[in-house]
Write a protein that binds this ligand. Structure first.
Ligand SMILES: [Zn+2]
Length: 98
């Protein structure tokens, strides 16, 4: 029966290489993860800024306008555009029915 001798050092080669790669790659992986998070935050900030620009400004107070639906009164169910600073600002304009 033939016996195969295995060099004990070759048994260590795999784990040692894996450990070395983990150490070598770890900083770049952290840098990559931080970069991805940074870009994600930038993109979210830009989307918020663009959304704010798309929102029309209130002609009375300079606040932002948003769409609402009358919940009471004769216009119940109809959409209107009103100032988000309500009740301090009561500007509103009825939107055409869709
Ligand atoms: Zn206003």
């Amino acid at each position: 029966m033939e016996r195969t001798l295995v060099d004990p050092l070759s048994l260590l080669a795999g784990p040692v290489l894996a450990y070395w790669w983990a150490i070598a790659l770890e900083p770049s992986w952290h840098t990559h993860a931080a970069h991805v998070e940074h870009v994600r935050a930038l993109r979210a900030g830009r989307e918020r800024a663009e959304a704010a620009l798309r929102q029309p400004a209130c002609p009375h107070c300079g606040g932002t306008l948003d769409e609402y639906v009358y919940k009471t009164g004769v216009h119940i169910g109809q959409a209107f555009q009103g100032c988000t600073r309500f009740p301090a600002c009561r500007y509103r304009v009825d939107l055409p029915a869709r």
